[in-house]
Design a protein. Structure first.
Lengths: 320, 275
């Protein structure tokens, strides 16, 4: 190695006023753009250009100079000792002590894998939870106000269409078939059958005339959700357009693939309004109207058995 | 891949041209080995008596690539929200230039993909090509069939019309009737107890991100196994080659590896020993 020739020269460029001039020029442009774009801004631009050029020239002085010759570095091969073969000499890693069950390399291997697993888990678990858990959390059926009792004349069926979650829009529109059964022990009695087919969930239709001319629309409740009531005479019960499941007017399966009767809704009468509660599943119904004996079960999905031996196939239901 | 200086009758101009073409290829090969890998894939040995039935696999792959491409472009115009999904599909079909064509390709191509998968599967089954050592590839193929059908199921909801909606209601409830975990599976697919706004975006994400990624990975594994194990011969090969009953005459190799040999069944080397 030769000694550097300019040992006393500072390696960094000396302090320079050009950047300050450049900054002043830029500031002048900015002020000029507001105050007087035609005069002051161009002056500022000129100052910035001049000082910028000087600054650039000053800063690149070292690079534009003739390169100093640098002597190539040389490394003489040592003449004395021959290279040590790989299989002899000191090992890169000490051999494990005799009787050592857990050498360092195995520890590092395991800790690398373990740490990777921990990091992977930390990332994966919340993401998978985010995907799965919301589908099972806070699921439920809110009460729905269907309007005054006067709209439900005794003994008449009404195709009642309402919004389960008005804020969610049309996708939450549901339909129930409602009949006022008159008074039972001094309380009004209703038959409220869900239109969700107990086979695979298509909407069942009334087997009988529908009277859309007598349609009635009410907007009870605070959210202003619409409830539509259309009279019908389902003399032949209900039928499903998808796979032909048939039900009698009480919702009992009479033919086709469904595994049980149609679901029903709980109801309450609040301040003279009919209020829809939670839906529940029905195995079958004995009798009819207000004297019907409903074999009710917890709500199950369409196609799922709730009684008989097949019920062991569906031991647990998600929380609804 | 270096160009060996051989005595050839090529003109100097042609040699120059070849060098110009080869240089970037050599550059790439030296740094990545990709050229060699592609050559290995494209020019590997296959049995001499493969026939048109052996092209069903690549046809299925092509159908999938068409789906991936058209789907990615449809996603530029489609809006996965219940309020706008149907309108955006109408917009694609009626307003966007060539939208009817690309949507049609995606819609009909989906059926083509599924049908070709079944044809390919039938070919493999009838040729006995699923037997040792290719059982694992059959299993991967069945997984591809399953996720391919799932792709069809999730894609069917996206037009958000009456057919789409009720078909999905039925499909999800069908899954819900699976024993024990069925009700939970149905809730997972719906993203809740009832079909709602989340169901559509959930199906959209499954349809265009999660499942296609899975399909790409499985296709990679499928092709790796095809290349590693070689293509099987048609079942009539032995007879056509004049072979007799099972312990056949020692196979002639013709420069092929044992696994691609039609009559090599009895002659596989088990421990690198004699055949």
């Amino acid at each position: 190695m030769t000694e550097p020739q300019h040992e006393d020269r500072p390696h960094l460029p000396g302090p320079s006023l050009y950047p300050i001039g450049f900054a002043a020029g830029v500031a002048c442009i900015l002020v000029g753009l507001i105050v007087n774009p035609t005069l002051i801004a161009p002056i500022g631009a000129a100052i910035a250009i001049v000082f910028g050029f000087l600054w650039a020239r000053d800063a690149t002085m070292d690079y534009r100079r003739e390169p100093e010759p640098i002597e190539p570095e040389r490394r003489e091969a040592p003449l004395t000792a021959p290279p040590i073969p790989a299989d002899r000499g000191e090992a890169a890693m000490p051999a494990p002590e005799p009787g050592e069950r857990f050498p360092r390399s195995r520890f590092l291997e395991a800790s690398t894998l373990g740490l990777g697993a921990v990091i992977g888990g930390l990332v994966t678990v919340p993401v998978v939870g985010f995907m799965v858990v919301p589908a099972f959390k806070g699921q439920g059926y809110p009460d729905v106000d269907l309007g005054p009792l006067d709209n439900f004349p005794e003994g008449k069926w009404l195709i009642t269409t309402f919004y389960m979650h008005p804020e969610a829009g049309n996708v939450s529109r549901r339909t129930a078939y409602i009949r006022n059964n008159g008074q039972l022990n001094g309380e009004p009695s209703f038959t409220i059958i869900s239109n969700r087919c107990a086979h695979l969930g298509c909407p069942v239709q009334p087997n009988g005339p529908v009277q859309p001319g007598d349609k009635k629309q009410v907007t009870p409740g605070e959210k202003g959700q619409k409830v539509t009531l259309v009279p019908t005479i389902p003399a032949g019960g209900f039928g499903c357009p998808c796979h032909g499941g048939q039900y009698d007017p009480e919702g009992n399966r009479t033919a086709g693939p469904p595994v049980r009767a149609l679901d029903r809704y709980q109801y309450a009468v609040v301040n003279g309004h009919l209020v829809l509660g939670k839906p529940f599943s029905v195995a079958h119904v004995d009798g009819e109207g207000k004297n019907a004996k409903i074999h009710a079960y917890k709500l199950a999905g369409p196609g799922q058995h709730i009684d008989g031996w097949e019920q062991i196939l569906y031991p647990i239901q998600p929380p609804h | 891949m270096a160009v060996a200086p051989t005595r050839s009758r090529k003109s100097p101009r042609r040699q120059k041209l070849e060098a110009a073409v080869n240089y970037p290829l050599d550059w790439l090969e030296e740094r990545s080995g990709l050229i060699g890998a592609v050559r290995y894939f494209l020019f590997r040995k296959v049995p001499g008596d493969t026939n048109w039935f052996h092209t069903l696999g690549s046809a299925t792959l092509t159908a999938f690539l068409v789906q991936a491409l058209t789907g990615a472009i449809l996603a530029m115009y489609y809006q996965p929200h219940p309020a706008t999904a149907y309108q955006s599909i109408n917009h694609i079909t009626n307003d966007v230039t060539l939208g009817w064509l690309v949507r049609g390709m995606h819609k009909w191509g989906a059926s083509v993909f599924i049908i070709l998968m079944f044809f390919h599967m039938a070919r493999v089954f009838l040729f006995g090509a699923y037997k040792y050592p290719r059982e694992l590839n059959w299993i991967v193929g069945v997984m591809l069939l399953a996720v391919g059908m799932l792709e069809g199921f999730t894609g069917y909801l996206l037009p958000w019309d009456q057919t789409a909606y009720w078909a999905t209601v039925v499909g999800i409830n069908l899954n819900g009737t699976a024993p024990i975990l069925g009700p939970f599976l149905a809730d997972f697919l719906r993203g809740g107890a009832e079909i709602g706004n989340d169901t559509l975006s959930r199906f959209y994400s499954l349809h265009m991100l999660l499942i296609p990624g899975l399909i790409f990975a499985l296709i990679g594994l499928h092709l790796y196994l095809v290349v590693r194990l070689g293509v099987s011969s048609p079942p009539w090969s032995r007879e056509a080659a004049g072979g007799g009953d099972y312990p056949a005459a020692p196979p002639s190799t013709n420069g092929r590896s044992g696994l691609t040999q039609p009559t090599a069944r009895s002659g596989w080397r088990r421990n690198g020993g004699e055949s």
